[in-house]
Design a protein around this ligand. Structure first.
Ligand code: 5GP
Ligand code: ZN
Length: 117
């Protein structure tokens, strides 16, 4: 179900442009508008779930689809040999800003320590 005030639902609907790198029946992968690394792709389920916990509890198969698309994106972006990072920011402590579940695929250079302190 589309949430009309959700940024990523509007990207899925084509109402807001995005640089799409991969699309499946159930997922969409597009470049982050403010990349934090040379490669920074967001992978989302087309269906709206607020975060990865809600998504996985409601539809574990769809959560698997998101992981599958993230893995293919990592391959096609050439990240697998040197390695990369896959992140689901969740809730206030996780720094989540967009409340439509999404995986960040980050790579293309050494990414440094896991957490900035
Ligand atoms: P979060 O902090 O919720 O894990 O990540 C949200 C991400 O969405 C951020 O990295 C931010 O740069 C990205 N973002 C925010 N607005 C847009 C947009 O309109 N288009 C795209 N492609 N990315 C966006
Ligand atoms: Zn949404």
């Amino acid at each position: 179900m589309m949430e009309t005030d959700c940024l990523f639902c509007r990207i899925v609907a084509g109402e807001i442009p995005a640089t799409v790198v991969r699309e499946t029946d159930t997922t969409l992968a597009f470049r982050d508008i403010a990349p934090k690394a040379p490669v920074h792709v967001l992978v989302i389920p087309k269906e709206h779930y607020a975060d990865v916990v809600t998504l996985t509890e409601a539809d574990p198969g769809l959560a698997g689809d998101v992981l599958g698309t993230a893995a293919v994106v990592a391959e096609t972006e050439g990240l697998v040999a040197d390695g990369f990072r896959l992140i689901f920011n969740t809730g206030p402590y996780g720094g989540q800003e967009v409340f439509h579940a999404h995986a960040h695929v980050l790579g293309g250079e050494p990414l440094g320590p896991m957490l900035a302190r």
